[in-house]
Design a protein around this ligand. Structure first.
Ligand code: NAD
Length: 474
């Protein structure tokens, strides 16, 4: 590929910012709890100042209703800031450690949590305000400097973030660099100390390869196919309401949204009927489907991807029970429930990340587990059940980043709960103390005791010493 003058100036620009942050890191590392809390509070003010602009930006980017932005993004972010402000002094305390064998090795020790250095935060487009900024909260708390690259698919949001951050921080401390694949590829060449990436497993592999070049540590917040397993004992009204409401939110473009449902055959018809009633009540109150209160699919490529998954499912035998309406001009897809979906259909192989919901049936819990295990470990797993034995069985026989029982995605918003996946759905955990630990180095400081019983053990000659040790080994 030909290198343009623009490319060269971009490379120079990011190198300059990176070098400045690397230098400034040594200063920021010395900041006290009070300094960091003050920064977080200042940032909180800026978030509040721009809350309406954030909602406007995301409406411009994919017609996200304001109410969803305030609830999913602004309010959640403020909660995370407040939680960190309230707990940071505790997290930053030196942790004294008792030696495991004081009679042999009688040192005193403590663990300090020091910043990792320069952090690169790469954000997604689907809940971009919160998901790009919550890692920044952890990064500030940890005492790092940060370069943020928001998603290019939400350009209004990305421009707003740049403005907000510039208003609150010097470039040497936190900065936003906008761009797409080319710019991110250049940025990934820089020797960051940590990369905090939120996005797809496919791009995460690119990120991890780049991180390997510099042995940078990574947090990868990814996605996957989250199952919802419904038991006969579940309250079906609440179950359907919560699953379908979750699926319609953000038009299903949420990393840990229910991807497919596993239900006993005997409950299938009732599930479909209740889903239909819920959607009619929620979206047809004024006659036609209320597209005003419903998000767009982010871009044409994703709209076409979802259409392909839908067409392929139908071509391989799926029945469209609810929805199935694709409005190409609006780039909107109504919440859609599919049954009789083949496990070989593309919709059961790829993460859906949209408002399509396959309903699969199972006859025994073992069969449900078998289906779940055929798919990569998910970010979320949901059990709808009032039978604790069944719930425990499902939890014990599966794995996922997190699990909510009798609701969806509840484990994904509280700063006290670790957020993250496992293998294909992610590496590392964020939020609250977990995010702080992710972006700090737990450094052990050991102070040797003045009196060490066996100080001279390793001083030759070794004659007779091996026997002493062997004697002690049991
Ligand atoms: P994506 O992986 O396409 O993009 C994420 C970021 O990576 C963007 O900033 C983008 O510019 C950059 N990028 C894209 N291609 C790149 C490349 N080849 N090289 C370098 N950088 C590149 O993901 P997305 O479409 O923004 O988001 C959807 C995915 O993210 C889904 O898989 C979803 O499950 C996942 N997700 C996970 C979480 C979570 O918290 N675990 C949250 C939201 C989304």
């Amino acid at each position: 590929m030909e290198t343009t003058t623009q490319d060269i100036s971009f490379v120079k620009k990011i190198q300059t910012v990176f070098d400045a942050q690397k230098q400034y890191q040594h200063i920021i590392k010395q900041t006290s709890v009070e300094d960091r809390v003050a920064k977080l509070k200042k940032f909180r003010e800026v978030v509040l100042k721009y809350k309406v602009e954030a909602a406007k930006a995301l409406y411009a980017d994919f017609q996200r209703p304001y109410a969803e932005t305030y609830a999913l993004e602004v309010s959640t972010l403020l909660n995370h800031i407040d939680y960190t402000v309230n707990n940071l002094a505790d997290w930053l305390k030196k942790e004294p450690v008792e030696p495991a064998y004081p009679a042999v090795i009688p040192f005193t020790a403590e663990i300090i949590h020091e910043p990792k250095g320069v952090v690169f935060i790469v954000g997604p487009w689907n809940v971009p305000f919160f998901l790009t900024l919550y890692p920044l909260i952890s990064s500030i708390a940890a005492g790092n400097t940060s370069i943020i690259k928001p998603s290019e698919l939400t350009p209004h949001h990305s421009a707003l973030l740049k403005k907000m951050i510039a208003e609150c921080f010097d470039e040497q401390e936190v900065t936003v660099i906008e761009g797409g694949v080319t710019e991110t590829t250049e940025l990934l060449k820089l020797p960051f100390n940590h990369i905090y990436f939120t996005g797809s497993p496919k791009v995460a592999k690119v990120v991890m390869r780049a991180a390997a070049e510099n042995l940078a540590s990574v947090t990868l917040e990814l996605g996957g196919k989250a199952p919802a397993i419904i038991h006969e004992s579940a309250d079906l009204d609440k179950t359907v309401f919560r699953i379908i409401k979750g699926k319609a939110l953000n038009a299903g473009q949420i990393c840990m949204d229910v991807d497919y449902v596993l239900i006993p055959e005997s409950l299938k018809a009732e599930f479909i009927q209740k889903a239909d009633v819920y959607l009619k009540n929620a979206y047809y109150a004024k006659g036609d489907f209320n597209y005003e209160d419903y998000d767009q699919i982010i871009n044409e490529a994703n709209y076409n991807r979802l259409k392909r998954l839908f067409d392929d499912a139908v071509a391989t035998g799926a029945n469209v029970e609810v929805g199935g309406v694709f409005e190409e001009k609006l780039r909107k897809i109504q919440p859609t429930v599919l049954t009789n979906v083949s496990t070989n259909a593309a919709i059961m192989k790829e993460e859906i990340f949209g408002p399509l919901l396959p309903i699969l049936t199972y006859s025994t819990k073992e069969e449900a587990i078998k289906i779940i295990r055929q798919i990569d470990k998910p970010l979320g797993l949901y059990v709808f059940s009032n039978d604790s034995e069944f719930t425990d069985y499902i939890i014990r026989h599966t794995t996922s980043g997190g699990t909510t029982v009798n609701d969806v995605m509840l484990h994904a918003f509280d700063p006290a709960i670790p957020m993250g996946g496992v293998n294909n759905s992610g590496i590392g955990k964020g939020y609250g103390k977990y995010g702080f630990l992710e972006l700090t180095n737990a450094r052990a400081i050991v102070y040797q005791s003045p009196e060490v019983p066996n100080d001279e053990f390793f001083k030759p000659p070794y004659e007779g010493k091996a026997e002493i040790i062997l004697e002690g080994l049991k």
